[in-house]
Design a protein around this ligand. Structure first.
Ligand code: IPM
Ligand code: MN
Length: 372
């Protein structure tokens, strides 16, 4: 298969982790005979510095012309504490999602057996967790009309949803559940919000076309609690934009590190793949960022193009690196491996995949990630 991939590495650790995802995709291309081409463009704070615009037209054009977008991270502390900044890096990401029509954001959360003790949550609570959050991404309060009074003493953000916006993501969530544990949980605040009542009504009607799927409902406050009390009860969680933003960060503690969580954002015509962690500016240039979220996002890219075997090869290589403790400091403060070595191990394992290779523990301890 030939795929043209737009690379928007962005800010902070974005470029470092994206480089490892590219390394991994190149290994897949080599082993499975695919031609992946990569073209880079700027986005976020770096794009503001260079062009004044967090999403320059040339970047958007490249994304529209490509088969998929590999996204790193955006954000820079110089904008975080300045509410009066005229342009912000995040606007670039929001505009990109909207312009590419990426209405569904898929965020899988899994408790890896080898990492059960890295989570701040008790092993017995998180064991067996395997859920996928379907977050609506181009509507709701993020994109509703915004207002600020002249004197700056009042502000409002409108939360709006149409039945069309709800139905198109709900279909994807039901279909995903069909290939999983056959359960969809709609997370909303239907006891208070009119938009949530519309979600309930539409999703309930739609569920009739999916009789094999169990649908249940949770208010978002209760869902936030259930996510850490008993996360293995969930299969597919379907929710609106802001609730999905919040509960997916919450879910990241289950896996032991936010550095492991990948995501896919899909629409009718475009698709983008990005780690859910942010730009982690304190880690920039230190070779300590966990590249796994970005690498697993590349696996979701392959999955999107029906390259199941290839996606599985990445997942297996990632699991091997976790098993052998070839990890970055977020997972092991005493590790000898950095971002690049973890990525190289994963790429090497794809090329030389052999479950029975005898890894030389001495070399692993010494910080050599290549297979010997
Ligand atoms: C995310 C991020 C973004 C969001 C920010 C950077 C605008 O937190 O992808 O979850 O809120 O959607
Ligand atoms: Mn977020």
């Amino acid at each position: 298969m030939k795929l043209k991939i737009a690379v928007l590495a962005g800010d902070g650790i974005g470029p470092e982790v994206t480089a490892e995802a590219i390394k991994t995709l190149k290994a897949i291309g080599e082993v499975y005979n695919h031609t992946f081409t990569f073209e880079e463009a700027v986005v976020g704070a770096i794009a503001i510095d260079e062009t004044g615009d967090p999403l320059p037209d040339s970047t958007l054009k490249l994304c529209l012309e490509s088969d998929a977008v590999l996204f790193g991270a955006i954000g820079d502390p110089k904008y975080d504490n300045d509410p009066s900044a005229p342009v912000r890096p995040e606007q670039g990401l929001l505009k990109l999602r909207k312009s590419l029509g990426l209405f569904t954001n898929i965020r899988p959360i899994k408790a890896y057996p080898t990492l059960l003790d890295k989570s701040p949550l008790k092993r017995e609570r998180i064991e067996g967790t395997d859920m996928s959050i379907y977050r609506e991404l181009t509507g709701g309060i993020y994109f509703g009309e915004k207002h600020k009074s002249e004197d700056g003493s009042k502000a409002s953000d409108l939360c709006e949803y149409s039945d069309f916006e709800i139905e198109r993501i709900a279909h994807l969530a039901f279909k995903a559940a069909r290939a999983r544990k056959k359960k969809v949980t709609l997370v909303d605040k239907a006891n208070v919000l009119e938009t949530s009542r519309l979600w309930r009504k539409k999703v309930t009607t739609l569920a009739e076309s999916y009789p094999d799927i169990t649908l249940d409902f949770l208010f978002v406050d209760n869902a936030a609690m259930q996510m850490i009390l008993n996360p293995s009860q969930f299969d597919v969680i379907l929710t609106e934009n802001m609730f999905g933003d919040i509960i997916s960060d919450e879910g990241s503690v289950i896996g032991g590190s936010i550095g492991l969580l990948a995501s896919a954002s899909v629409g009718e015509e475009n698709a983008m793949f990005e780690p859910i962690h942010g730009s982690f500016p304190q880690g920039k240039g230190k070779n300590i960022a966990n590249p796994i979220a970005s690498i697993l996002s590349a696996a979701m890219l392959l999955e999107h193009f029906q390259l199941h075997e290839e996606a599985l090869a990445i997942n297996k290589a990632v699991e091997k690196s976790l098993e052998l403790n070839i990890v970055t400091p977020d997972l092991d403060p005493n590790t000898k491996f950095g971002t690049d070595k973890v990525g190289s191990f994963i790429a090497d394992f794809i090329v030389n995949a052999d479950e029975n290779i005898n890894y030389n523990q001495e070399n692993i301890d010494y910080g050599q990630s290549t297979i010997i």
